[in-house]
Ligand binder design. Structure first.
Ligand SMILES: NC(=O)c1ccc[n+]([C@@H]2O[C@H](COP(=O)([O-])OP(=O)(O)OC[C@H]3O[C@@H](n4cnc5c(N)ncnc54)[C@H](OP(=O)(O)O)[C@@H]3O)[C@@H](O)[C@H]2O)c1
Length: 245
């Protein structure tokens, strides 16, 4: 059995990968990211870790498919799939404060990384896993993707693409049990975590509880381990509480 983590180069993805390797020494880990050479050395040097080049766009998806299929054929199935890739800002995108800043290219890029990449990865994996197991599908989402909880506005691209990710999770939670029951497909808010993604906001974050990536990995791993069929279709916070969609 293997675990698949997309975005394994990120702060949360790599810490979670490390946590899995410690807790499940008998399992292998398939890590997907744009630049496998930038993944922390401890992961690159672990013989249980198989890194595949992947990106959330369609080209990156195709690049990864063959390598993934070979690993799936050689293994006994996938216990957990974790989608830990995400985009809040990059060279051309910074969270919008107001409508004037809305930009179609930025919106499209955010949707690609935060939602489309997840859906396409589940599709690829499901295609390659016929007759094998898939127990838990976890999309690392964000509380700011909650429609009900949105009191502040702004951050259009991030909020909208995470809300779309949540709907993708909800849809999959209806369809996946037809193939893989028992299975749990959930959206998981990791809590504010020190990372490249949150770094530009470190001053305003000073008022909030900010977790180190290893703490977040412990929190998320605890929630993921506790998931059963009964949790399928939930939007869950890092401390196990339900979040409003
Ligand atoms: N940190 C927080 O406070 C916080 C709070 C709420 C939710 N989250 C969510 O947690 C998840 C992980 O974030 P993080 O804090 O660990 O951030 P991070 O360290 O910046 O990691 C982001 C990950 O996404 C990947 N990524 C970005 N663009 C991509 C693309 N086009 N194709 C494929 N992968 C791409 C990055 O790959 P590269 O290494 O190649 O750039 C990296 O692996 C995200 O979904 C984020 O929205 C984080």
């Amino acid at each position: 059995m293997a675990t698949v983590i997309a975005g394994v180069s990120g702060a949360i993805g790599s810490a979670l990968a490390q946590r899995y390797l410690e807790a499940r020494p008998e399992q292998s880990l398939i890590g997907l990211c744009r630049h496998p050479e930038r993944v922390p050395q401890a992961l690159r040097q672990d013989s249980r870790v198989h890194l595949l080049a992947w990106s959330a766009d369609s080209q990156g998806q195709v690049l990864m498919e063959q390598g993934l299929q070979a690993l799936l054929d050689a293994g006994g199935g996938v216990e957990d799939l974790i989608y830990a890739a995400g985009l809040l800002h990059d060279d051309g995108l910074f969270p919008e404060k107001r409508l004037d800043e809305l930009n179609p290219d930025n919106l499209a890029r955010a949707f690609e990384v935060n939602c489309i990449g997840f859906g396409m990865l589940v599709k690829t994996l499901a295609g390659g896993l016929r007759g094998k197991h898939l127990k838990r599908v976890v999309a690392v989402s964000a509380k700011v993707g909650s429609i009900t909880d949105n009191q502040l506005g702004g951050w259009y691209a991030y909020r909208c693409s995470k809300a779309a990710l949540n709907m993708m999770v909800k849809n999959l939670s209806v369809e996946l049990p037809r193939r893989y029951a028992p299975v749990a497909c959930v959206a998981l808010h990791p809590g504010t975590t020190r990372s490249a993604l949150s770094e530009p906001f470190s001053q305003s974050l000073a008022k909030l509880m900010v977790h180190e990536p290893s703490e977040t990995a412990d929190n998320l791993f605890g929630v993921i381990q506790s998931l059963s069929e009964a949790d399928n279709g939930r939007f869950i916070s890092w401390d196990g509480r339900d979040l409003p969609w």
